[in-house]
Write a protein that binds this ligand. Structure first.
Ligand code: PAF
Length: 300
């Protein structure tokens, strides 16, 4: 098990010592409740560096007032064991009061990339993400930071923020990790009942069908969206969006558009009380698998 570092000064001392040995730093920011997807990020960071730091911090500023901050799954001892098994060298586990000192007033807002898709349904969410990640980048310093592409908009926001604020950080996006039946791994999958988990499969299936249609030559946004939306609406409790968007700007395409090239198909829907997101870049990513039932029942 890794010994958690709780303070910025302990973190700085450790990183300074590792840098003095000439070891490039890999960094994987997380909110804990680690699953196989996070551990793949740790392995990716290990391939790109030789000292891997994981942060575990449930960041209050990225949750809305009626969201799941208080019940977000937490399992620090389990997370520390998993980090060590996956090859992490250190875990930074700060307190809220250290990340947001008394009187904190500064928020990082990443303009237009924060507005569409999830930004329209979770006001302030990406400000909270950009703010906490900026604080982590300031504490960690030069590093390769690895994020999952399941949170595609988050990845784009962080890439932009790192460039705009001149952080000496290389931001890397890692492909979404899925269960064998296609469901994208997420800490929030732990909220799903067995019946809800089955219904949630409509999301990767919608992505799969659209990716197949794109591969067959379908480029009409309205046609691609109609099939995907029908599938998700048939299973979800409510749907925030099923959108085809530009991969760089994240601006959704009008339904009359004929896609000029690869495009982001992104879905956000509630299954019961659980809000799930997923995406595929049509013309770039392999379609999610759809066949088998999960072997392990792993979901968290
Ligand atoms: O993706 C997450 O787990 C969080 O949004 C992040 C990047 C760790 C910031 O709190």
């Amino acid at each position: 098990m890794l010994e958690p570092l709780h303070t910025a000064s302990a973190l700085s001392a450790l990183l300074a010592a590792r840098r003095a040995e000439g070891r490039p730093i890999g960094f994987v920011p997380t909110m804990g409740a680690l699953h196989r997807g996070h551990l793949e990020l740790v392995r990716e960071a290990r391939r790109r560096s030789n000292f891997v730091l994981v942060s575990i911090f449930v960041n209050p500023t990225q949750f809305g007032p009626n969201e799941d901050f208080t019940r977000y799954p937490r399992d620090l001892p389990g997370d520390l064991l998993k980090c060590a098994d996956a090859g992490a060298d250190a875990a930074f586990v700060p307190e809220v009061a250290d990340m947001y000192p008394d009187g904190a007033e500064t928020r990082v807002t990443v303009g237009r990339l924060s507005s569409p898709l999830c930004g329209a349904y979770r006001p302030g969410h990406f400000d909270g993400v950009a703010t906490v990640v900026a604080k982590f980048f300031a504490l960690v310093g030069p590093c390769v930071a690895v994020f999952g592409r399941k949170d595609y908009q988050q990845l784009r926001v962080i890439e932009r923020m790192a460039i705009d604020l001149l952080f000496p950080v290389t931001v890397v996006g890692h492909p979404t990790v899925r269960d064998s039946d296609g469901l994208a791994l997420s800490s929030r999958n732990a909220y799903l009942s067995p019946e809800e988990r089955l219904r949630a499969l409509a999301i990767p299936r919608a992505l799969h069908d659209a990716a197949q249609a794109y591969a067959r030559g379908e480029r009409n946004v309205g046609v691609l969206l109609q099939g995907a939306a029908r599938r998700v609406e048939g299973a979800a409790t409510s749907v925030d969006y099923v959108s085809l968007a530009d991969t760089a700007t994240l601006e959704p395409f009008d339904t009359a558009t004929v896609l000029p090239g690869p495009a982001l198909l992104a879905i956000a829907a509630r299954i019961g009380h659980t809000r799930l997101i997923d995406n595929v870049v049509l013309g770039q990513d392999a379609p999610p698998p759809v066949e088998e039932a999960p072997a392990s029942g792993e979901g968290g």
